[in-house]
Ligand binder design. Structure first.
Ligand code: GLU
Length: 462
């Protein structure tokens, strides 16, 4: 069985890099009918917050990524880690090291002077003398002395790291608390994780974790290290570029389907297909198509996907979602025609809400630049005539097509260009020259409201 996991450190919100790692792990588990587990790496008491854990779980809920069983908290597992530390000690695979801070500093300086990489020199590895008094020892694991530590990475291929790069690292501090690489290896092994997917900023933790696996006789999982997401300049993604809290995307009017689709393609491909439903993702996802090189965050691509998913969303569901953005169409009989007129114009729910408000709320002011452009000497007469035409043919104006013909007839009879009526009419109805199609807007507003808005503009010009 394939078992994957996501193991966030709750030191802040879940950002999109983390969500992508989680997504790949989740998809690979679901693809195989396997298990996807959540482990909260909260051993760093000073930097963790419960709020951050809640935010991570909330983000998972929002995107619909469900994990199997209960989330596991490292902070509740110290007894387990202690057991394994004791076991390694009693088997002679780990040992107490009594080096003082001063001695460590001295060693480091000597090594640096010789232009060597600082590493522990193993002086207590097989120590048999009398241990110094007054020092609480740390516990170090015996790392292999010669040869290579090798593994086949699911993304990067074969990785060989000289054992000399990995010293006898500390697995328990002098206060007894276990260290990061030690607990990660123990947990992944005990949770039965078969595939560890994580960012490649963790690549150099892996040989250390392999030392722990080997010392305890655990079977190695497959490791896959994902290349980073960069900004459009090829630099590390910053908060400003979009490396923010996943829930910020919700607040900014993105749909979870769009965000998942975006993240899926940010580092994975299936031919040149761009749009993937969640079911399709589960069916098609395969780690062998994860990209080896870093990917580039492209906001326009995300907006394009979001526009696509907004268009695909049934109106009933949009009505519900729009409530969070200050638009409640649930009691409005015109909701179908309002959404039909605006749905293609919002790249986000925020934009869609703006488009809808333009229609359902009377303009309170007119855009000055657009006024200058739209209002000519003859505009008042043209608007008044058009308002009269609307009133006179009120009974026959029932669909957008009817309004369309009315407009066409109007410009034909008057022998004027369309802009002469189209531009000021748009300002009259919406306050500016943006928004949905005029015939659709008039159909939604009806003749009375449309003529009232025209008259208000006429009054304000006169
Ligand atoms: N807790 C680590 C992080 O948030 C992830 C460790 C792992 O996936 O092995 O970066």
């Amino acid at each position: 069985m394939i078992t994957t996991r996501f193991a966030p450190s709750p030191t802040g919100y879940l950002h999109i890099g983390g969500l992508r790692t989680a997504l790949y792990s989740w998809l690979w588990a679901r693809h195989n009918n396997g298990k996807f587990l959540l482990r909260i790496e909260d051993t760093d008491m000073a930097r963790n917050s419960e709020e951050a854990t809640k935010a991570i779980i909330q983000a998972f809920d929002w995107v619909g990524m469900e994990y199997d069983g209960e989330a596991l908290y490292q902070s509740k597992r110290f007894d387990i880690y202690k057991e394994y530390i004791d076991r390694l000690l009693s088997e002679g695979k780990a040992y107490k090291c009594y080096m003082s801070k001063e001695e460590l500093d001295e060693l480091r300086e000597e090594q640096m002077a010789r232009k060597e990489r600082p590493r522990y020199d193993g002086r207590y590895r097989d120590f048999e003398g009398i241990t110094p008094a007054g020092i609480e020892p740390v516990i170090r694991i015996k790392a292999p002395i010669g040869g290579m530590i090798s593994f086949v990475d699911g993304v990067k291929g074969e990785i060989n790291i000289a054992s000399s790069e990995v010293d006898d690292f500390i697995i328990a501090r002098s206060d007894g608390t276990p260290t990061y690489n030690f607990v990660v290896a123990i947990d992944d092994a005990l949770m039965g994780v078969t595939e560890v997917m994580r960012g490649d900023d963790h690549l150099y933790n892996t040989p250390k974790q392999i030392v722990v696996y080997n010392a305890l006789g655990f079977e190695l999982p497959r490791f896959s290290h994902l290349a980073m997401i960069n900004n459009e300049q090829g630099k590390k993604l910053s908060k400003r570029d979009g490396a923010t809290d996943v829930m910020e995307y919700k607040r900014n009017g993105f749909l979870p389907e769009a965000l998942l689709n975006f993240l899926l393609r940010l580092g994975w491909s299936h031919g040149d297909q761009e749009i993937f439903s969640v079911d399709e993702m589960k069916k098609l996802f395969e780690p062998s198509h994860i990209s080896k090189s870093s990917s580039c965050y492209d906001m326009n691509k995300l907006l394009w996907l979001n526009a696509h998913y907004i268009k695909e969303t049934p109106n009933e569901k949009l009505v519900e979602m729009l409530k969070d953005f200050g638009v409640d169409l649930s009691g409005d009989e015109r909701r179908e025609s309002i959404l039909t007129a605006t749905k293609e114009r919002g790249k986000t729910l925020v934009e869609l809400a703006t488009q809808i408000n333009l229609i359902i709320e009377k303009p309170t002011q007119y855009n000055e630049k657009d006024m200058k452009k739209a209002i000519k000497e003859d505009t008042i007469d043209i608007l008044n005539d058009f308002a009269k035409l609307l009133m006179d043919s009120k009974d026959s104006l029932k669909t957008p097509a009817d309004f369309h013909h009315a407009l066409e007839n109007f410009v034909a009879t008057k022998e004027i260009g369309f802009g002469k009526i189209g531009q000021p009419l748009r300002v009259a109805l919406l306050g500016s020259m943006s928004g949905a199609g005029l015939d659709e807007i008039m159909n939604i507003l009806g003749v009375d409201e449309s003529t009232q808005r025209i008259k208000r503009l006429v009054d304000s010009i006169s």
